[in-house]
Write a protein that binds this ligand. Structure first.
Ligand SMILES: Nc1ncnc2c1ncn2[C@@H]1O[C@H](COP(=O)(O)OP(=O)(O)OP(=O)(O)O)[C@@H](O)[C@H]1O
Length: 223
């Protein structure tokens, strides 16, 4: 990433339609490089839609989006965690991450990675767990999902509900982990995290910015 890049993500008047329904309406929001950015909003507000567009997984109908100064999907060093599980239930956490590690070795990836073992340890999971993911507690599965995203060693980490299914203590530990991860040196530059959560009280004290979305529109974009 260019060291001069001020914003990890710039979204200008972004709209996303599903048939005639506007999941996002002229949403404009910028996320500074190096920040922990919190995106809040009611169920169905458009938070996941925005993250998916930034991740390059969904194309807006209107507006412009720049991610690490490139088009969404083109930028290296971006990892996205969906709120839906992205792991195979019948495999262990280690088997899952080892499998996905082979995908991160593809030419399109950033070329740098954190080992499956280190990613699992960093979220507090034992890499030698023999239980398949489908038999883990929901909180442990969530940790494994976050570990999968960390494994790409992202300079921009997009997390959709990383604390869901976690008790308060587990969520705190996960937040501490993310804050620590943000300080890890990266050859691609300063790390930035965007996350959505319904546990706003947990993250608000440490968030650098808060972006509120209501019915598809950005209503507050405050530092
Ligand atoms: N593929 C789709 N087809 C049709 N409508 C969709 C699709 N994806 C999302 N929507 C609708 O777009 C709106 C925004 O959805 P989105 O998932 O972005 O909200 P959200 O803020 O992430 O909500 P939650 O907090 O419940 O996860 C919702 O009304 C949702 O039903």
């Amino acid at each position: 990433m260019d060291a001069e890049t001020q914003f990890a993500v710039e979204a200008v008047r972004v709209s996303k339609l599903y048939d005639t329904f506007a999941a996002l309406r002229h949403a404009t929001c910028n996320f500074a490089t190096g920040g922990l950015h919190l995106i809040l909003g009611e169920n169905g507000a458009g938070k996941s839609t925005l993250l998916r567009i930034i991740a390059g997984l969904s194309t807006p109908n209107a507006g412009t989006v720049r991610v690490l100064n490139q088009s969404p999907g083109a930028a290296k060093g971006v990892a996205y965690m969906s709120h839906a599980p992205m792991l195979y239930d019948e495999m262990t956490a280690m088997e899952n991450l080892s499998y996905f590690a082979t995908l991160y070795a593809e030419p399109n990836s950033c070329g740098c990675s954190i080992s499956p073992e280190m990613a699992l340890r960093s979220v507090g999971l034992d890499p030698h767990l023999t239980r398949p993911v489908g038999n883990l507690s929901q909180g442990m599965r969530q940790r494994a999902s976050v570990a999968r995203a960390l494994m790409a060693d992202p300079v921009l980490l997009l997390l959709d509900e990383p604390f869901s299914n976690m008790d308060v203590e587990g969520a705190r530990q996960m937040l501490d982990l993310l804050l620590d991860f943000k300080t890890w040196p990266s050859p691609l530059g300063t790390r930035t995290i965007l996350l959505t959560t319904h546990q706003a009280d947990l993250v608000l004290p440490v968030a650098d910015t808060v972006t509120r979305i209501h019915r598809g529109a950005v209503v507050v974009d405050a530092a």
